[in-house]
Write a protein that binds this ligand. Structure first.
Ligand code: PMP
Length: 489
């Protein structure tokens, strides 16, 4: 039995298949309200006992609330501070120079007070899928996506008294609006759950599916190459309800009490960016559509799978806000996942949900008004253009050499852009062709590039994944290093 279950036993009865989500929401709401009431009751009694009066009245609302001038000024000063295009000053940047000006936070491979100095022979980190390419877009569009959060904004655990979930209505509304705009997923009549990134939702869904058959051990499978976190996370939780079983065909031998198989599938795939659709499947399939956005892949259909995961990280680039969402058909699974999210993190930051709402709304609005040629391009146009040019550059480097090959991707008609869309993947899945280059990640490292070894994706060490989602300067360094490598005899 896991810690989560133990806590569940003592805190709340575990949601069973017979309970409707309404009943559960009602119970969660009442439990929190009851706790709040009891605490408040004791505080009141103590106060009355000691003061024999009704207590101080809250201060009246200021007649004309103003945003503090320093907060606005700090944001403006930070935005205006120039770091040579190779770094940032944020409103909360701590370090200051001798003259009191903030110290630039330099991008990788740059240094100096204004980040103007390129670090010689700097190793390029292409390991992480950190979506920093979007920073330039948001900087260039300061009118979009800004969120102002006053000190009194939604302090409580629940977004409002009596709320049925931990999620803000406005955020759920923005998620539905975004999917309607893009046409990538059905949300009408579906449950939507919000998680601390889709990373949290991957385990929330695995745990909750396995909990539907608690007497068995559900094999968790993925077809290689699969997103490395699936295995790492499943192994780390070391649950008695499920176990990592590798490829689907190995699942039956994975446990003495085999349960219903849970297949994790990223589509487009991380690392290959190929679209993965399963025909006849055995058990549950969790479709992780982190990359199913028009800047990353052509939108070919509106998916309506039973379980779909999405994330803000790859839609707008705000990985640090830690917002992901699941679109679910089964009410029992929804109830179990909600319970998981309640016990693990007591919901999701309202501040992050608010920021995400503003970001999604700004994307929706920018595409909802008729475009004039003078209009600035929206984020999907920006992202697609940047990534297409990176992919084209990479292809020309790789084609000029017999040392490597890249994954094959097919251009398709994109329903969002209403045209055949070129290729704009977020990762290169590079294969080292020479016999002596059996460890492709090592070949990269010797050339000054950190990539993620193929073995972490359940594939051969002849593969390495190179992330293409970083800032332009990082990609330029990556391309330069690869060109040098390709030019070697
Ligand atoms: N799924 C896939 C396929 C991913 O690549 C990632 C992030 N790299 C995630 C999920 C996790 O995303 P999040 O930032 O929402 O936790």
């Amino acid at each position: 039995m896991t810690v989560t279950e133990d806590m569940g036993e003592s805190l709340l009865p575990l949601p069973g298949a017979s309970q409707t989500p309404e009943k559960r929401k009602w119970r969660v709401g009442w439990l929190l309200l009851a706790a709040a009431f009891l605490i408040q009751f004791h505080i009141n009694m103590w106060y009355l006992h000691h003061h024999h009066n009704t207590g101080p009245k809250p201060p009246p609302n200021p007649p004309n609330p103003q945003w503090p001038a320093e907060a606005v000024q700090a944001a403006q000063l930070a935005a205006a501070h120039w770091c040579s295009g190779n770094g940032n000053v944020f409103a909360d940047t701590l370090a200051v120079n001798a003259d009191g000006t903030p110290v630039c936070e330099c991008d990788d491979c740059f240094s100096g007070p204004d980040c103007s100095v390129a670090v010689p022979a700097c190793i390029v980190n292409a390991d992480s899928g950190n979506p920093l390419l979007f920073e330039a877009f948001w900087r260039a569009n300061p009118d979009l996506g800004t969120a102002v959060i006053p000190g009194w904004y939604r302090l409580g655990y629940l977004p409002k008294p009596g709320a049925e979930t931990f999620y803000n209505d406005a955020f759920i509304d923005a998620v539905r609006g975004m999917h309607t705009l893009v046409g990538n997923a059905v949300t009408e009549g579906r449950y939507i759950l919000v998680g601390t990134g889709s990373m949290q939702l991957v385990n929330a869904v695995v745990h909750s599916l396995a909990l539907q058959n608690p007497e068995t051990v559900s094999p968790v499978v993925a077809r290689a190459p699969y997103y490395s976190a699936y295995k790492i996370q499943t192994d780390m939780f070391n649950s008695s309800l499920y176990t990592w079983a590798g490829e689907p065909e190995d699942a039956l031998t994975a446990s003495k009490r085999p349960g219903v198989q849970i297949e994790l599938i990223a589509s487009p795939n991380n690392p290959t960016f190929q679209i993965q659709e399963l025909g006849d499947v055995h058990g549950h399939v969790v479709y992780d559509h982190a990359y199913y956005w028009p800047h990353l892949t052509p939108i070919t259909e509106k998916y309506d799978h039973d379980i779909m995961l999405f994330t803000l990280s790859k839609a707008t680039g705000h990985a640090g806000s830690r917002i992901g969402w699941a679109i679910i058909k089964d009410p029992d699974l929804y109830a179990k996942m909600e319970y998981y999210l309640m016990i693990s993190t007591l919901g999701v930051s309202h501040d992050s949900q608010f920021r995400a709402t503003q970001l999604l709304k700004s994307v929706i609005n920018s595409y909802s008004k008729p475009q004039k040629s003078s209009d600035k391009q929206g984020i999907f146009h920006y992202g697609r253009e940047v990534l297409q040019s990176r992919w084209a550059r990479l292809q020309s480097i790789v084609k000029g050499s017999s040392r490597f090959t890249l994954q094959e991707l097919k251009p398709e008609y994109c329903h969002f852009f209403k045209e055949q869309s070129g290729l704009s993947p977020g990762y290169a899945w590079l294969h080292c062709e020479r016999e002596e280059d059996a460890d492709c990640a090592d070949v990269m490292l010797k050339a000054g590039i950190i990539g993620r070894p193929g073995t972490e994706f359940g594939a051969s060490s002849r593969y390495v994944r190179l992330a293409l989602l970083d800032r332009q300067s990082s990609f330029d360094n990556l391309a330069a290093r690869l060109s040098d490598l390709a030019a070697q005899p």
